[in-house]
Design a protein around this ligand. Structure first.
Ligand code: M6R
Length: 366
């Protein structure tokens, strides 16, 4: 059942190159410069007329929503708000009938997300679902949707659902950008081609497994861990921290790297491991100076860098090298070593990786 892997989580981490391909199959036509998604084509005007898009989700799906916020705004120039379903449903939110709501859920059964969808529908909004489980409650409750094709995710810690959600949302953002003309033709084509290369690059990123395991061995007893990232990789920092805390029970926090100096920097001393997502991309120099700030306070730096990196390598205690891709698609790659790191730490601590204490795969109660 686990296909030779010790845990479902590890199997699912390794499935990512295949399931990302499954998710874009039939939808991404890089050579023809086309994206075909029935749920989007049938409702294209609704998306194009929307004054804004509201994204509602919980947990890891909410993190995918945050990545999507950056991508939608950058590519399609549509204002996006991302909200926890549990907050949205109880705070009398402003929802207008032209708003488009995107609900993201692996299981399609999350109680708070389902209730938030019902509320949005009552206000006349159009609700689009991004679910993994076919025929789930959320997929039935939404007006239209696009499935991720991640296959069954058994491990409570979400891994392949996250990357396939980002894949679907990126396809949608690109299609809307094409319709709106907000991306140049050449950029549009470049993104399609780059997206097609992602599964191969995810496979390469999986080759960091041994390095991640060696680092895990050093930090497995740490009581705390900080995750930092900027831009598209800020949500990846949140996701990395969530993964670590839920399966290894180590307290971890994710932060936008530049926010560190507004508080968390006080936590840094030689006992504090800091995982910093620092691929060579826009604002690279900013992340380098964030790393310097940590180093001068003796924090232990574990950096996720682009292969061939020089500057961060000089400063960091450990580096995990990943293949290069465009900024907007980098979360699909940077996430991989973070999944592996938390997996190995949890295994080394003797934790029940697939079924962490107190957690359920789908949270069907509020
Ligand atoms: O099935 P959903 O995507 O709606 O689930 C949302 C969260 O419960 C889920 O992502 C949870 O945070 C995971 N355990 C994270 O790994």
């Amino acid at each position: 059942e686990k296909g030779g892997y010790d845990h479902f989580m590890l199997k699912e981490i390794y499935e990512q190159p295949n399931v990302i391909t499954d998710t874009y199959r039939g939808r991404l036509h890089a050579n023809e410069g086309l994206i075909k998604m029935a749920g989007i084509e049938d409702n294209l005007q609704k998306f194009l007329n929307a004054p804004r898009i509201l994204i509602i989700a919980c947990g890891t799906s909410w993190h995918a929503g945050l990545v999507a916020e950056y991508i939608f705004e950058e590519f399609a120039r549509i204002p996006v708000e991302v909200e926890y379903a549990s907050e949205f449903r109880y705070r009398n939110p402003i929802i207008n009938e032209n708003d488009v709501v995107i609900a993201i859920s692996q299981s399609g059964e999350t109680a708070d997300t389902l209730a938030a969808i019902k509320l949005a529908k009552e206000h006349g909004a159009f609700v689009f679902g991004v679910c993994n489980v076919v025929g789930s409650s959320i997929s039935r409750e939404t007006h239209a949707g696009a499935y991720t094709h991640a296959g069954p995710e058994i491990g409570v810690a979400s891994t392949k659902a996250f990357t396939t959600q980002i894949t679907v949302l990126t396809l949608i953002a690109l299609r809307l950008a094409q319709a709106k003309g907000t991306l140049s033709n050449s950029m549009f084509h470049r993104y399609l081609q780059e997206l097609e290369l992602i599964p191969e690059k995810v496979s390469e990123a999986l080759e960091t497994n041994d390095v991640a395991k060696a680092i895990a061995d050093i930090y497995k007893d740490a009581p705390n861990c900080l995750y930092l990232g900027r831009g598209y990789n800020f949500p990846v920092a949140l996701e990395g921290a969530l993964k670590l805390k839920e399966i290894s029970y180590i307290h971890a926090e994710g932060y936008p790297a530049a926010e560190m100096k507004h508080g968390p920097i006080a936590l840094i001393d030689e006992q504090m491991p800091v995982v910093i997502i620092a691929p060579r991309q826009e604002h690279y120099d900013k992340i380098v100076s964030n790393i310097q700030e940590i180093k001068s306070r003796s924090g232990k730096i574990i950096a996720i860098v682009t292969r061939g990196d020089v500057q961060v390598k000089e400063l960091a205690d450990h580096v995990i090298e990943i293949p290069e891709t465009t900024d907007a698609l980098s979360p699909l790659i940077t996430t991989i070593p973070l999944q592996l790191l938390s997996y190995h730490i949890a295994v080394m601590r003797g934790c029940n990786v697939d079924q962490p204490r107190n957690l359920a795969k789908s949270v069907t109660v509020e």
